[in-house]
Design a protein around this ligand. Structure first.
Ligand SMILES: C[S@@+](CC[C@H](N)C(=O)[O-])C[C@H]1O[C@@H](n2cnc3c(N)ncnc32)[C@H](O)[C@@H]1O
Length: 196
């Protein structure tokens, strides 16, 4: 199999000045499920380099808020309604300090992914941990009725994590956007309408 780094979505992102091809995954989910709207307050976990921030920013606009967190610095400069912070989502003190003044959110997004080792079981276990952490933060930070969307490498934890999402949200969907690379195991769990 040939692995094309500069594929169609890469070139399209470059042409439209998006920071990453990942934007087309969120764009498809947005087209299908309308998870973001003008004025929304959005928490974006694993946000670097920032293509989801760009797209979400176009939708929520200046009446909204985006708080974006990543281990890596988010170097692009965004409008004033975007707050970018560098840090580790597992660091509870950091998360509480950053989010304290901004909760609650309407939408929590997580495109977090572990750096991969190539060992499928290990990579999917680490992805599951990131998903669980995003879910924990999401349950704390989301307003009732809120939306949670997070990436997960499909593996043995999938059914347990989906069942957990179903406990706390009225509806769930499992989505594999077109822009996902063919060889990738990633899917997104979308959970709508957080229960009180
Ligand atoms: C696929 S990239 C996100 C791309 C982004 N959605 C965009 O559109 O530009 C995954 C990100 O997850 C971040 N990440 C992984 N583990 C993390 C952690 N423990 N805390 C915060 N961010 C993390 C990585 O640093 C990486 O930038």
């Amino acid at each position: 199999m040939t692995f094309t780094v500069q594929d169609h979505f890469f070139r399209k992102a470059k042409k439209h000045h998006y920071l990453a091809r990942a934007v087309y995954k969120l764009e498809e989910i947005q087209k299908r499920f309308k998870i973001l709207k003008a004025g929304d307050r959005v928490l974006d976990l694993g946000a670097a380099p920032g293509s989801w921030i760009q797209l979400a920013g176009e939708i929520v606009g200046g009446a909204g808020l985006i708080v974006a967190i990543d281990l890596k610095p988010i170097e692009h400069s965004f409008p004033k309604f975007v707050v970018t912070v560098q840090g580790d989502i597992y660091d509870q003190g950091f998360v509480e300090t950053v989010l304290h003044d901004h909760v609650p959110f309407n939408v929590v997004l997580s495109d977090m992914a572990p750096s991969t080792s190539g060992i499928k079981a290990a990579d999917s276990a680490r992805s599951a941990l990131l998903f669980e952490r995003a879910f924990e933060v999401g349950l704390w930070a989301l307003a009732p009725g809120g939306t949670f969307l997070a990436k997960l490498f499909h593996g043995s934890d999938f059914h347990r994590l989906l069942a957990e999402a179903k406990k706390h949200f009225s509806q769930t969907r499992v989505v594999r956007p077109e822009a996902t690379r063919k060889q990738s195991k990633e899917i997104y769990i979308l959970a709508l309408n957080k229960k009180t």
